[in-house]
Design a protein around this ligand. Structure first.
Ligand code: SF4
Length: 455
């Protein structure tokens, strides 16, 4: 791909018809991409993949996943122009390959989500398009012709009947596959075998195709990682590296630096609000600050920006931190050493940037050292400490087990979502992506409960 600074017609758009709806992403296309599109398309695809990841970890059923993926695709990837859709699909896939090829954990996640996306999209294709894709994949299997089908038809129908499918719905397109390549189908007697070949129905071939897709993509990711330095010109690498790095930890939700959706938070209410509406990461920092009257830099940043996002104004923030810190270091030292950092977070010192509260992604990938209290408890606490913290928050035994299950599978944000749901007795369908979103959602639930009590 060639990255350009201004819009130029993509060579792909004029050749759009030559591509099937679902591309196989065999090689990076030769086309020019605006730098803005490079990033934007990747963000849109990332939203689809993150939605899939969330759906899978919530244990959604196949039909629910199918609807979810259809919706995610429609919202994020569709354009009025068909050729634009294909361009975006291909460009975004290859950009994310660059983003996710660099570490084993990233590669594994990307591979799994892209394969799931491919499987569902393939299922949604028409039978003709599926056959065309199979042909394009060049799998070493041949569809049997009509004459051969007639000779084995009865046997094939017997297998279909024995597996409980209705004959009318059975696909009459079958592929001959060496039986050792489909051990699962053989073991469950879902195929007819003759002379070393299994007669595999079209819908069963799909899984072979998906396996092949996964294996191709896996190899391609390793290769992309190796070639990252030589793949693109040095000058382009300088432009792309910051985007590629930022995308792998990118937060895709709203900016909470100015949100203050629930007005300002007052100092006299802050203890109560913390107990009811702060997520565990912030409750922990808040508690440690009250206990030790001190937090190290990482903790001051994480909690300080969160508090700014929930509506603690600068004067109150200075008073809040001073009240705690002065008990440990004295008021004078606070004014000298710590007040600057707080004003800085509010954009009143240094570069005068209005800093944004940290997202879950950023907090989860942080690496707290000894004596630090920042980070995400679901990721950084020991199991015993996490269990104790959850029970202090009022999470019941059964919900604690569900949360721990998600933690063991490294679905930290989902563990936080389950905690939210257990405490608030309300569902949080979009999942927790940001501590300030947790706070806003909590306030929403509590306020609507108060309002309904009042009526
Ligand atoms: S998932 Fe996000 S909001 Fe929840 S504890 Fe971790 S960092 Fe905080």
């Amino acid at each position: 791909m060639e990255i350009v600074g201004s819009r130029r017609k993509s060579s792909l758009s004029s050749a759009g018809d030559a591509f099937p709806t679902l591309p196989l992403y065999r090689s990076a296309p030769v086309l020019e991409v605006r730098l803005e599109d490079f990033e934007l398309y990747a963000i849109h695809r990332l939203r689809v993949l993150k939605g899939i990841s969330d759906g899978l970890s919530r244990g959604k059923k196949p039909n629910e996943m199918e609807n979810l993926i259809k919706d995610l695709w429609k919202v994020n990837m569709m354009h009025s122009e068909a050729a634009e859709v294909i361009n975006k699909d291909i460009i975004s896939h290859f950009v994310l390959r660059l983003v996710y090829c660099r570490e084993e954990e990233l590669r594994r996640w990307f591979l799994s989500m892209e394969t799931t996306l491919f499987r569902y999209r393939f299922q949604l294709e028409t039978p003709e398009a599926q056959r065309a894709l199979l042909a394009e994949f060049d799998l070493p299997y041949k569809a049997i012709n009509n004459a051969e089908y007639e000779t084995v038809k009865d046997k094939l129908n017997q297998v279909v009947r024995s597996t409980g499918q209705s004959l009318s719905s059975a696909d009459t397109v079958y592929y001959k596959v060496p039986f050792e390549q489909v051990p699962e189908l053989v073991a469950t007697r879902r195929v007819y075998i003759l002379k070393g070949y299994a007669y595999v129905a079209m819908n069963q071939v799909n899984s072979l195709l998906v396996t092949q897709y996964r294996s191709n993509l896996s190899k391609a990711l390793v290769l992309t990682n190796r070639k990252w330095t030589s793949m693109i010109r040095e000058q382009e690498k300088d432009r792309l590296t910051p985007i590629v790095e930022a995308l792998s930890v990118s937060y895709l939700g709203p900016d909470y630096s100015q949100s203050k959706e629930y007005g300002e938070i007052s100092l006299k209410d802050i203890d109560q609000v913390a107990k009811k509406s702060f997520p565990l990461c912030m409750r922990h920092l808040f508690g440690k600050l009250k206990e030790d009257h001190h937090l190290k830099h990482g903790g001051r940043m994480q909690l300080g920006l969160f508090l700014k996002g929930v509506g603690l104004n600068l004067d109150d923030a200075l008073a809040f931190w001073k009240a705690e810190f002065s008990r440990k270091v004295g008021a004078e030292r606070f004014d000298k050493e710590y007040a600057y950092g707080i004003r800085h977070n509010y954009g009143k010192e240094g570069k005068r940037t209005d800093y944004t509260p940290y997202s879950c992604q950023k907090i989860i990938t942080s690496t707290p050292g000894v004596g630090d209290h920042h980070g995400c408890p679901y990721r950084h606490f020991s199991e015993d400490n996490l269990r104790a913290a959850l029970s202090t928050m009022g999470v019941g035994n059964r919900a604690v087990e569900d949360v721990m299950d998600k933690v063991r599978n490294r679905h930290y944000q989902l563990a936080c979502t389950l905690t939210f749901e257990a405490i608030h007795g309300a569902s949080c369908d979009e999942g927790i992506n940001h501590p300030n979103q947790y706070y806003n959602d909590s306030k929403k639930v509590l306020e609507s409960r108060n309002n309904s009590k009042g009526t």
